[in-house]
Design a protein around this ligand. Structure first.
Ligand code: UP5
Ligand code: MG
Length: 190
């Protein structure tokens, strides 16, 4: 995978900040592959893999699945895609995820897209999503927020210190958020 030198953008932001929604729009316009770590983990549960029960329990508690599991799924999806440009959505979620991904894949992100959104907006969105996600109940949502603040924000701070974060105001309507996203993905010399 390292030999292929793929271009990777990490798409980060709290639960319900709009990562998946905006990634779908980026894919249509900018020809990236969208890899949602959460979607890959949920597919792994459905496939009945030996890790399925462990993953399911962690997601129900809003906890972060061990990085070797997530990284294996990401690597496999990248290799199978045949593409060389990826949006990695919802990963890395803690410092250990970040360091392990770098060590295993030798990939450094091109930049990090950070959807910044107040908790009250995210909570409202998640409670009205109605897609049957087992973690979209108020108890789990609170746990997800806590993990985001304690473990995931430090990853964003790490990349901020490296000048790699493109921060987007994600509290606006979907189309307005996408206008700001487009600016980030449009080459500056065009
Ligand atoms: N919506 C979106 N944008 C809107 C806007 N601008 N205005 C109004 N509404 C908007 O959006 C959520 C909802 O809001 C939708 O109904 C949408 O229409 C609306 P969505 O785009 O789905 O937001 P997203 O940020 O993708 O929210 P998601 O719930 O997927 O974020 P999480 O980070 O919580 O979930 P994820 O799937 O990444 O992870 C789930 C769990 O998996 C984690 O808690 C963890 O337990 C586990 N996990 C790991 O352990 N490791 C990983 O690497 C990844 C996940
Ligand atoms: Mg998502």
């Amino acid at each position: 995978l390292a030999d292929k030198k793929p271009i990777v953008v990490f798409v980060l932001g709290g639960p319900g900040s709009g990562k998946g929604t905006q990634c779908a729009k980026i894919v249509q316009q900018f020809h990236y592959n969208h890899l949602s770590a959460g979607d890959l983990l949920r597919a792994e549960i459905k496939s009945g893999s030996e890790n399925g029960t462990m993953i399911q329990n962690m997601i129900k508690e809003g906890k972060i699945v061990p990085s070797e599991v997530t990284i294996k799924l990401l690597e496999k999806a990248m290799l199978e895609s045949g593409n060389d440009k990826f949006l990695i959505d919802g990963f890395p979620r803690n410092e250990e995820n970040r360091a392990a991904f770098e060590a295993v894949t030798k990939i450094e992100p091109e930049f990090v897209l950070f959807f910044n959104c107040p908790e009250e907006d995210m909570e409202r969105r998640l409670l009205s999503r109605n897609q049957g996600r087992e973690d979209d109940n108020i108890e789990t949502i609170r746990k997800r927020f806590k993990v985001f603040l304690e473990s995931s924000l430090p990853v964003i701070e790490y990349y901020k210190a490296k000048g790699k974060v493109q921060e987007i105001d994600a509290a606006k309507p979907i189309e307005e958020v996408f206008e700001a996203v487009k600016v980030v993905f449009t080459p500056k010399d065009e």
